[in-house]
Design a binder for this molecule. Sequence first.
Ligand SMILES: [Zn+2]
Length: 208
Amino acid sequence: MKMSRQRIKFLSNNQIIDIVNNFIPQYETDLSLPVEIENLLCLNGIDIITHKDLKRTYGIESYITTNGADKIVIDSDIYMDEETRARYTLAHEFGHYILHGSFIKSQNISSEEEYFNFRKSITPEEEKRIEIQAHIFAGYTLIPQASFRCKIDSLIENLGGSKNIGIIEFRSIMKDITNQYVCSDMVAFKQLEYEYPKIYEELKDTML
Ligand SMILES: [Zn+2]
């Protein structure tokens, strides 16, 4: 058991952020937003394959093949109709590719069946670890750190300090973030938790 747990390295948030920042341009200007996730996958040689009824048939939204041809297979309805969700899903799978590439490549996944066999072969601890890592990767991919900090810092400054952020200001900031980065409220809120823990602590109840 101890051996198998070591297949997935523990990575701190900062280690994952460093890896993301090596792949993701930091988008200094708003004009370049949102992050072009599909382009990013293309530049890394990853194809996107839509699969009709993937979710209905298999209960999953996506997975990544690792049998030499790197493809993200994604449910076609999500890809066509739910842009925000699809962007996050693609960024999440990209996270698996970058962070767990050598491990998942050794698994030779080329079909749903092989993907499920792989999932069965890992421990719950391993699964939890790879999922958390891919989620952190996805958040920082869609909301690049430097750009997010720049934006939030200037919003805080315009308001005359973070003490002046009430519920109304906070909602307006979140709306701005989700519109510009094309992400869900949950993703924007998670990034606030990572990057501005004090503000997050004060405002998290307003999200409930
Ligand atoms: Zn995953």
